[in-house]
Design a protein around this ligand. Structure first.
Ligand code: ZN
Length: 197
């Protein structure tokens, strides 16, 4: 489990990325870290992309309905307008934000802010998703969380889309996606052998 680094004489903040497939517990992990920062009396601000409005526009909500207040943003640079007097910034569903996000996170870190970013590392085709690969490259700490593949019980790394929609972004939950291990994902997508549940 990730434990907060504590540096004496730390001269800047840092970037943490929590990534993985759908249903892997990314948001739960983000919320866990934010709650611990609150216990440590840190001043916190959470952001999430405006397009992720599945549950509530001003809350970060995990699948188990844990929730924390957040500010919806359309572009990653909007974060700059809300960070005076903040020690910790949390960003959920970061894969939906634009490619300026890695630069924004680095500027926050230089200002002394601890930045915790959660997001899908891959889209439904197994491709690196949005700004996530660049964020992973510049982060100090990376935690990859895994779901369980319902077909074989192995660790699931991929988000398999159960519908025929072909846009990269199709919002949905268990009605549209399931976590799969690499092999069950390949069998579904590449060989077009739908696995029967
Ligand atoms: Zn599997």
């Amino acid at each position: 489990m990730f434990l907060e680094p504590s540096f004496r004489n730390q001269r800047s903040g840092w970037i943490e990325v929590v990534c993985g497939s759908m249903f892997s517990g990314k948001t739960e992990e983000l919320i866990r870290r934010i709650k611990r920062a609150k216990f440590a009396n840190q001043k916190i601000q959470i952001f999430k992309p405006e397009k992720d409005i599945r549950y509530h526009i001003e809350k970060v909500v995990s699948h188990d309905e844990n929730s924390i207040e957040s500010i919806p943003i359309r572009t990653s640079r909007e974060i700059y307008q809300h960070i005076s007097d903040v020690n910790v910034v949390g960003i959920d569903e970061a894969q939906f934000l634009d490619n300026n996000l890695p630069e924004v996170c680095q500027k926050l870190a230089i200002r002394g802010i601890r930045v915790i970013v959660a997001g899908l590392d891959m889209d439904y085709k197994g491709r690196p998703f949005g700004p996530m690969p660049d964020l992973l490259a510049v982060a100090e700490y990376i935690t990859k969380v895994h779901a369980i593949c319902p077909h074989c019980g192995n660790l699931a790394t991929h988000s398999y889309r159960l519908t025929d929609e072909e846009e990269t972004v199709v919002l949905g939950e268990k009605d549209k996606y399931e976590p799969r291990c690499r092999m069950c994902f390949e069998m579904g997508n590449i060989l077009d052998l739908k696995i029967q549940t």
